[in-house]
Design a protein around this ligand. Sequence first.
Ligand SMILES: O=C(O)CCC(=O)C(=O)O
Ligand SMILES: [Fe+2]
Length: 218
Amino acid sequence: MVDVVMHPLYLGAARKILQKPVDVWFGQQRTTVTPQIQIGMTQAIQIHPGQGKQPLHRDDTSFLWRHPNYGREARLQIMLAITEFTEATGATRVIPGSHKWDDERCPQPEETVNAEMAAGSALLFIGSTYHGGGTNSIDTPRTGLTMGIDLGCVRQEENQYLSIPFETLKGLPSEVQRLLGWDAGENFMGWVERGGKMLSPHTFLESDDVLKSLGLVG
Ligand SMILES: O=C(O)CCC(=O)C(=O)O
Ligand SMILES: [Fe+2]
C-alpha cells in the first residue's frame, strides 16, 4: 500500500482533485487555505466464486456528504486490480456521471458499466460516484486492493492511528506518515499542544525525546 499511495499518478490525481484551495477572511486579510489529504482506508477485497453483487453506493456516504456537492469532493478511491477484472470475474460496476446526481435519484443496475481491466491496472473514482462490486461467475476469487484518499478535514474511515503498529509507522517514508494523518495543515487539523505551542504531530516522529516523553518508545 506504500507503493500504491506513492504512485505519482494516483497521488497526483488525489492532490489535484481534493486539494482545492478556499479563500477566507482572517480579520482584514484575505487568505488562501489549501486542505491536507490523508489515507482514509485501505482494504484487500476478494469476491469469491458465486458471490453476488454489492448494492450500488457512494463511498462518501461515510462522511454523510450531500449532493450536488458544493464544489468539493471528499474522496478519491483507488481500486487496483490484482487479478483480472471482467464482467465474469466481478469487476467493480460504476455509473459514469453519477457524481453529478442529487441525493434523491436512485442508482439502477442497468446504468452501470463494468470497470474491466488487466491485473496491475487501476480504477480511480471520486467518492460521489455510484458503484459496487460485481458478481463472480468464474471459479477463482477476484482480488483488488483499494485505498480511499480523503480530504484532511474529515475523519478517517479506518482508524489509521490504531491500525498501524507504531514501530511500522516509524519506518515509513515521511510523506506516507503525513498521509496517515501525522500532519497538521494550513487549516490546523490535528495539532498537538506541547509547552503552549500547537505542534504538527509529525514533530513527534522526528525526535526520540518527544516520543519518550509520550511513552511511545522505551
Ligand atoms: O470490490 C469492489 O469491486 C468494490 C467494493 C466497494 O465498492 C466497497 O467495498 O465500498
Ligand atoms: Fe465502495
